[in-house]
Design a protein around this ligand. Structure first.
Ligand code: ATP
Ligand code: MG
Length: 432
């Protein structure tokens, strides 16, 4: 049954809505169409948070929307919808989806239950049931500023509960990415998963394998680069989803007796969350290089045992690890190249004599590689003294740099060997 919350019963103020979104809503209204804000923006406004973007739902068809807005493009195949452009801001305007599968080719369901195309248009009442979570199915009506709720989303919102609309297993089968969305929203909003929403995830996790790798890459970035990477990682592992996204890493985490791979990854995620919190930019390649570091090490070890020299082993292992991962999450080439750079520079840090340190300093990815080295040192994976040396080297003037890189007796600039004593520092590094 529908429940309408009038303006006096909710906290959404027009002053918090993007001006461009308001323009779209008002223009649609003036053209005699229904127009609502829907999805994450309503959910976030109700929490008093600033929405990431504003989505509009309407009974106007994509073609009708295009007639109203000149600055508009129709996009999508699986879901056709309109993007209305205002400089850098894009307002996504979607036509209500119908609920009944029809005979035309507008809706295509794969034999495994996945919805491949869904372009049957309908009414708001039908559109509601197509949405994923009840808290994502609240509609802010521009006509009277009320919130329309068909699914009990407002109550769930107040209780901090994330609940899938309809039968959870069926909804996960229709679109397995909803499992990742469940984790992402639970962590981001601090909501708990409703028991029914939680229950089928383990069993349905494998279904994610059917998702195109480009879409999984996009979802993966949202999961890890939105400021809650560490919590997300823990929860994905708990539900067996991390193993689908990063099987090689998951295997390392399971089989290695020591805590190091886990600690390294945790520290990497924690660092990147802290960077996000302080407003710094996050680069996908750094985190991806960290996530796949242990599988890389394992592959290098195997290859070296089989007789490959270190440099060749690193190159071949990187090719292998990256090509396996790309099948699951399609990483663009510039990202994999940057990951390789960060990885390959790691060994070069051990050369602290002669011209090599100067050359390393000039590498484009020097800073990222140095940060990576620091992260490894903080979790027992490399020599903290080496990090210290590089910190000083960067700060030093030319004269000191020359001094630092002049060979002393017995020093040939050979790689330093790791010693066990760093390991005792691991715990404190993580807890700091
Ligand atoms: P945010 O933009 O903050 O990440 P959001 O909820 O707005 O969160 P979007 O991906 O922008 O997420 O989607 C907008 C809305 O579209 C959602 O709130 C939901 O109602 C609906 N939606 C998106 N993806 C799906 C899906 N896979 N299945 C069902 N409904 C979906
Ligand atoms: Mg959104």
């Amino acid at each position: 049954m529908v429940k309408i919350y009038p303006r006096s019963e909710h906290c959404i103020s027009r002053s918090k809505i993007s001006e461009n979104a308001l323009k779209v809503l008002i223009r649609l209204k003036k053209a005699n169409f229904e127009a609502y804000l829907v999805g994450g923006c309503v959910r976030d406004l109700l929490l008093g948070r600033e929405p990431k973007d504003f989505d509009v739902a309407t009974n106007a068809s994509p073609e009708q929307i295009k007639q109203i807005f000149r600055n508009c493009r129709i996009i999508g195949r699986r879901f056709r919808l309109a993007h209305v452009f205002f400089g850098r801001e894009i307002i996504e305007v979607a036509t209500f989806r119908g609920s009944e599968p029809d005979e035309s080719d507008q809706q295509v369901v794969h034999e495994d239950g996945r919805l491949l195309r869904d372009n049957v248009f309908g009414t708001l009442e039908q559109d509601v049931w197509r949405r994923d979570f009840t808290v994502n199915a609240l509609y802010y009506n521009i006509r009277d500023f009320s919130v329309v709720d068909y699914t009990g989303g407002m109550q769930d919102h107040t209780a901090g509960v994330l609940r899938l609309i309809g039968d959870p297993a069926t909804r996960y089968r229709e679109d397995p990415v909803r499992m990742l969305r469940a984790i992402r929203f639970a962590v981001k909003l601090g909501f708990s998963l409703h028991p029914d929403t939680k229950q089928p995830i383990h069993q349905c996790a494998e279904l994610l394998k059917s998702i195109p790798s480009a879409r999984l890459y996009d979802e993966m970035l949202k999961l890890f680069l939105s400021g809650y990477g560490l919590q997300t990682f823990e929860m994905l592992r708990h539900y067996g989803l991390f193993a689908i996204l990063f099987p090689a890493t998951d295997k390392c985490l399971e089989t290695q007796e020591q805590d190091f791979p886990r600690l390294f990854l945790i520290k990497a995620l924690d660092n990147s969350d802290k960077r996000f919190a302080s407003g710094k930019s996050l680069t996908p390649y750094f985190l991806l290089a960290a996530i796949l570091w242990e599988p890389l090490q394992l592959a290098v070890k195997k290859r070296m045992l089989a007789g490959e020299n270190e440099t060749i082993a690193y190159q071949n292992a990187a090719n292998q690890v990256l090509s396996d991962q790309i099948k699951i999450t399609a990483m663009p080439r510039h990202i994999t190249q940057a990951m390789r750079d960060v990885w390959f520079l790691q060994n070069k840090f051990t050369r602290t004599v002669g011209v090599r340190p100067f050359r390393l300093l000039e590498q484009v990815k020097f800073r990222a590689a140095y940060d990576f080295l620091e992260l490894r040192a903080a979790t027992g994976g490399s020599d903290p003294q080496l990090v210290e040396w590089w910190t000083q080297f960067q700060l030093a003037d030319e004269e000191l740099r020359q001094k630092m890189t002049t060979p002393t007796k017995g020093s040939q600039g050979k790689p330093r060997r790791k010693s066990g004593r760093y390991r005792s520092k691991v715990k404190s590094a993580i807890q700091e």
